[in-house]
Design a protein. Structure first.
Length: 415
């Protein structure tokens, strides 16, 4: 046997070791010559003072000095069975077991079967992805990539968009623009004229006075020429319109009203006017017991339908409280701003009993000529029978305008 220390130094015959106390130590005991049994390092090999020599390593020399290893000594250990049981007994197990570090058997755990899964993708409209290799069986557990993007795409990225890359810079200045062959430009460099036109733009329209049209402070005024009669009327009274072609001094006599009949009378405004109410020229004041509604109203027309635009509330005594031969002013509940055009005044008298029938100034005219020469749905005078109140709207086709149907050219004036 050779003896080496933990640093690999080989000790020869007459081994001497100096201990921590400085005294020499020698080995006593040890395996007998040729005896390979026992445990190595051998706990029976101790220093002279009895301390264990476990930090020394023992192994047989290949040259077998001093005949320590003999054939007769090795023979019992050269059989497989004896060697296995002597040096490290191997327990008997199965192919599903393995030997743990402590020499015992343990069963291999169950390893699940692996089924390959896929790597998939969902492309964005602007961003796509190509999966290489064999993505359908690339993973142990399938997953998917969803693509997307945010932010602004740089101009340099749109190299294939010809129209985009040929975009035109913004125009500077003012003017009317044109587009030709994809190019936007000004018709002329007229920014000065444009600013002047904008400054002098029309923001409102009026129709007052006479003479030429004017544009002052963005207000365009277009005077409407009035007839000599209209000029005289507005200059000498506050009558703003009156029965078509009928002056108050042209009457021949009064004509009684008929209970429950609406009398429609045409008037024409030549310019915009604020209307407050109606003038009613009484020839004879009525004495009666009122019923239902007693009213006057002002209607606009679109050629098919009359629409009530101003009126008074039910006034039972309106046909009796003004003396005979007097002009009654009957105000509306509120004023009405009337644009130029054709209008109709409506008279309605209702009584349950009558002592004296009210009569109103009228133009003595054969009923055959009252609406002579009228075209379309227009009329000068018309009647609606059996009415308890004036309607909010009235179809012209429902008004009696034929000769002998009760229509009369009563006078009415607006103020």
């Amino acid at each position: 046997m050779q003896v080496v220390d933990i640093n690999g130094n080989v000790f020869g015959p007459g081994l001497q070791v100096t201990g921590p106390d400085g005294k020499l130590k020698t080995i006593s005991g040890g395996p007998a010559g040729g005896d390979l049994s026992g445990t190595y390092p051998n706990p029976s090999v101790v220093w002279n003072n009895g301390t264990s020599t476990y930090n020394l390593l023992y192994y047989p020399l290949s040259t077998n000095p001093s005949g320590f290893i003999t054939a007769s000594a090795l023979t019992p250990y050269l059989t497989i069975t004896l060697a296995a049981s002597t040096y490290y007994p191997i327990p008997t197990g199965t192919i599903l077991q393995y030997i743990r570090g402590d020499g015992t058997l343990a069963t291999f755990p169950n390893i699940p079967t692996v089924i390959p899964d896929a790597l998939t993708k969902t492309d964005d409209t602007n961003v796509t992805l190509t999966l290489g290799g064999n993505p359908s069986v690339a993973l142990l557990k399938g997953t998917s990539l969803t693509l997307g993007w945010t932010g602004t795409l740089a101009d340099s990225r749109i190299t294939s968009a010809t129209t985009w890359n040929a975009k035109q810079a913004a125009l500077s200045g003012y003017g009317i623009v044109k587009s030709a062959a994809g190019i936007i430009s000004y018709l002329t460099d007229n920014s000065t004229d444009w600013n002047t036109a904008y400054t002098n733009r029309i923001t409102s329209l009026t129709t007052t006075g006479s003479g030429a049209a004017t544009l002052t402070s963005n207000v365009l005024n277009i005077p409407i020429e009035e007839s000599q009669f209209d000029l005289l009327l507005s200059a000498t009274s506050n009558i703003k319109a009156q029965t078509w072609n009928f002056q108050t001094n042209n009457n021949s006599s009064g004509l009684n009203l008929t209970s429950s009949q609406i009398q429609f009378i045409a008037l024409y405004l030549t310019k915009e006017q604020t209307i407050t109410g109606v003038y009613i020229p009484f020839v004879t004041a009525g004495v009666y017991t009122p019923s239902n509604n007693n009213r006057v109203g002002l209607y606009s027309t679109n050629g098919t339908t009359l629409t009530l635009v101003a009126s008074n509330v039910n006034t039972p005594t309106m046909w009796s409280s003004t003396g005979s031969g007097a002009m009654r002013t009957q105000p509306f509940t509120s004023t009405y701003l009337a644009a130029p055009g054709l209008y109709y005044v409506a008279y309605l008298w209702n009584a349950s009993s009558t002592t004296t029938t009210p009569s109103v100034n009228r133009l003595s005219l054969n009923s055959a000529f009252v609406n002579a020469g009228i075209v379309g749905n227009n009329f000068r005078a018309g009647t609606r029978f059996g009415q308890t109140d004036i309607p909010a709207t009235q179809l012209i086709s429902g008004i009696s305008t034929a000769a002998g149907s009760g229509q009369t050219m009563y006078w009415a004036g607006l103020y």
